[in-house]
Design a protein around this ligand. Structure first.
Ligand code: PHE
Length: 351
């Protein structure tokens, strides 16, 4: 479900050339079985624009699973603006792109709403919002629910608590003393590291940006220059918190962790990696479950008009979801991904 569709099963894909930026704006709409399409806006560099299209197809399918697993009445969508390698993203170019995205969203008459993703911020949602009202996560002073990354981090930590209990063979969630490698220290990854450090976890941290070593120094964590070293570190849990595709067939035999759960979207390079991980006895919590905190928060606050406290409670519900999945995967002797996918299919009415 979260892997690349060999034959896409999307309801529709909109591809437009941005009138201002001249760049391709792709909006992939996967499944509206549960509700109108929603999903973040990614602005990223790709070798070919078709790679951006592929990313949008994959990411929107993962959003369908994310909403279904979280029990939210939305369908999977995603917008991607593909920049060529070496493209200089000046503030003016960024603004042009965001307005182009706003126009494309507006042309869909409310069928799709966006939010922040890699390469976009709550402030950028305000610019998209100049062209369309179908946008989540504008800053609070602009009437939105603000940055979704703290909630995404909370959700991932909730998943990790369930894993802590499972590793102990008990029911009580545990982070204290858990040995965790966080790979990627962007807004979500750095936050996860801070929450884990507060809770007494032992941390290994890494990022492709060497300046992020400051985060490790501040938290008294071990720093790895090379993300591969952190991924393959001798820890209890690995948390992928950067771009997707890190779990490759090649890396599986090198892994030394017992579980993997993190906020990066589309972690598996190919779907078969889920089976390979299971065969090695490594529990992989699908990204669409561990990364759902952000959308759960945005939708609970903006659509359901609930309080921050209620949103946080729902985000923390990811712990129970993961605990239940770990339990049934163990009982049945199958990969957690299999149980999770069955749950998603059931909620989608086994389409
Ligand atoms: N980047 C978010 C995700 O992948 C997208 C998002 C956040 C969409 C908040 C809507 C609201 O889940």
């Amino acid at each position: 479900m979260s892997g690349f569709p060999q034959w896409p099963d999307h309801e529709a894909v909109l591809i437009r050339t941005g009138a201002r930026s001249g760049l391709p704006v792709v909006i992939a709409m996967h499944s509206s079985v549960l509700g109108p399409f929603a999903g973040g806006c990614r602005i990223w560099r790709y070798p070919r624009w078709q790679d951006g299209l592929e990313d949008a197809l994959r990411l929107s399918a993962a959003m369908t699973a994310k909403f279904a697993a979280a029990g939210l009445a939305r369908g999977g969508g995603k917008s991607v603006v593909a920049m060529p390698e070496g493209y200089e993203l000046t503030p003016a170019a960024k603004r042009a792109i965001l307005l182009d995205v706003g126009d494309a969203i507006e042309s869909l008459d409310g069928r799709y709403a966006t939010g922040p993703d890699v390469g976009t911020s709550p402030q950028d949602m305000v610019v998209i919002g100049e062209q369309t009202s179908h946008v989540f996560c504008k800053p609070a002073e602009e009437g939105g629910s603000g940055d979704s990354s703290p909630a995404t981090a909370e959700g991932s930590v909730a998943a990790l608590s369930a894993i802590g209990a499972w590793l102990d063979g008990g029911d009580s969630p545990r982070l204290d003393g858990l040995r965790v490698a966080v790979v990627g220290l962007g807004s979500v990854g750095a936050r996860i590291a801070a929450l884990l450090s507060e809770a007494g976890a032992e941390l290994v941290l890494s990022d492709i940006d060497a300046a992020k070593k400051a985060v490790a120094d501040r938290l008294g964590a071990r720093w790895c220059e090379d993300p591969h070293e952190a991924l393959t570190a001798d820890v209890d849990v690995v948390v992928p918190a950067a771009l997707g595709g890190v779990l490759t067939e090649e890396i599986v035999p090198e892994l030394r962790c017992r579980a993997i759960a993190g906020p990066a979207n589309n972690q598996l390079a190919v779907p078969q990696v889920a089976d390979a991980l299971h065969e090695r006895g490594i529990a992989w919590v699908p990204d669409y479950i561990a990364s759902a905190g952000g959308v759960i928060h945005a939708i609970t606050v903006e659509l359901d008009k609930r309080t921050e406290e209620e949103a946080l409670l729902r985000v923390r519900g990811i712990e129970d979801t993961v605990a239940g999945l770990l339990q049934s995967a163990d009982d049945r002797g199958v990969a957690l991904a299999v149980v999770a996918e069955e749950m998603v299919r059931a909620r989608l009415g086994a389409r």
